[in-house]
Write a protein that binds this ligand. Structure first.
Ligand SMILES: [Zn+2]
Length: 346
């Protein structure tokens, strides 16, 4: 009898320990985050690694036109002298992938991940739960990567790729409302594929780093208007939230209730005060429920945590508002099912 009681007691104790461990594990595991803007890249995609990125930048450098801006920018990327806090890129494709996947796991992030089809497939194979496939696209992708309407249709119809974006035609000088982009919008609307479009900042001075057709005027969310009107059933989000043209962004959100934004690079790279002012303006204007988290991590896995922390530290956001930005708004935009959401919370 005694023995039995002891066994029972031990059994109970082990159950309690198990329960205790699960509770601890859940407590240690951060709440899930949906990242609408992750890149699957090779280590040298932003230039020869290791490179530093301000997270955030304190200033964006001045260039005497006597000097080549490409050299000025590269020197700043090597030394990190435009910021007190920098993130440094890993030097090999393998370490970039592994460190990014580790950052997703540690911060409990599920990420819409875009890049070359083969690279995204490779990352997805390694972590099929956290990597949700998306296609990085611009007009040069038709010629260089064979990504025309027909091949895109196949990739989306197979259900392997969930999001069309990042669409980066701003770097080529195109507005998403340009007639040449029209067939792609039509395709996405017909297939009901969400589209993420770069509207806002690239690297500072990117016009002088090779993207000679990029224009600051294309930061305006107004570039989306005609596209949205022509395709009212399309799910669209403005990546980088049209920074820094806040009035254009708010007016466009007001006029088009189907439009969402992701925070993109402003989440970690834009100086703190400006970032918070910008984000707070969108919230104050009444559009909190259409702001989604996007890390825009390219080759700096450390920036994912920086961007999440900046949301969590924002004094003007309540805990519920933080959850909306970090998870709920994206879950609604992507039309995740209850089962899918439950799995992310496990
Ligand atoms: Zn991006």
């Amino acid at each position: 009898m005694k023995n039995y009681m002891l066994k029972k007691h031990l059994l109970f104790l082990s159950f309690s320990l198990l329960y205790f461990n699960i509770t601890i594990a859940q407590k240690n595991k951060p709440m899930p985050v949906i990242d609408m803007h992750l890149h699957a890249l090779n280590a040298d995609d932003q230039g020869p690694p290791p490179l530093k990125v301000g997270s955030p930048f304190d200033q964006f450098g001045a260039n005497d036109p006597h000097n080549n801006y490409g050299e000025t920018f590269m020197e700043a990327s090597k030394t990190g002298k435009w910021a007190k806090h920098n993130s440094t890129s890993p030097t090999t494709d393998d370490s970039l992938r592994k460190q990014t996947l580790r950052a997703l796991k540690e911060n409990n992030v599920f990420a819409i991940t875009s890049g070359d089809v083969a690279v995204v497939r490779n990352w997805h194979k390694e972590d099929p739960t956290r990597i949700m496939n998306a296609i990085y696209w611009d007009f040069s992708s038709v010629k260089n990567r064979g990504l025309n309407i027909d091949s895109l249709k196949c990739l989306f119809k197979s259900n392997e790729f969930k999001v069309f974006g990042e669409v980066a035609i701003q770097y080529e000088g195109y507005s998403p409302s340009d007639s040449s982009f029209e067939p792609y919008l039509k395709m996405a609307e017909e297939l009901d594929i969400p589209v993420g479009i770069h509207v806002g900042p690239g690297p500072p001075g990117v016009i002088y780093l090779g993207s000679s057709n990029y224009r600051a005027s294309l930061h305006s969310a107004f570039v989306l208007e005609e596209a949205l009107v022509k395709h009212p059933r399309l799910r669209v989000y403005a990546m980088h939230a049209g920074w820094p043209l806040i009035d254009d962004m708010i007016a466009t959100l007001y006029a088009h209730p189907q439009l969402y934004v992701d925070l993109g690079i402003i989440g970690y790279a834009v100086p703190e005060k400006e970032y918070y002012n910008y984000l707070e303006r969108i919230v104050n204007a009444g559009f909190l429920n259409r702001i989604m988290f996007g890390s825009d991590n390219m080759v700096w896995p450390g920036t994912i945590k920086v961007a999440i922390d900046r949301i969590n530290k924002a004094k003007f956001l309540s805990p519920a508002q933080k959850r909306d930005i970090l998870f709920n708004n994206a879950a609604r935009f992507l039309r995740l099912t209850e089962t899918e959401i439950k799995k992310m919370y496990q």
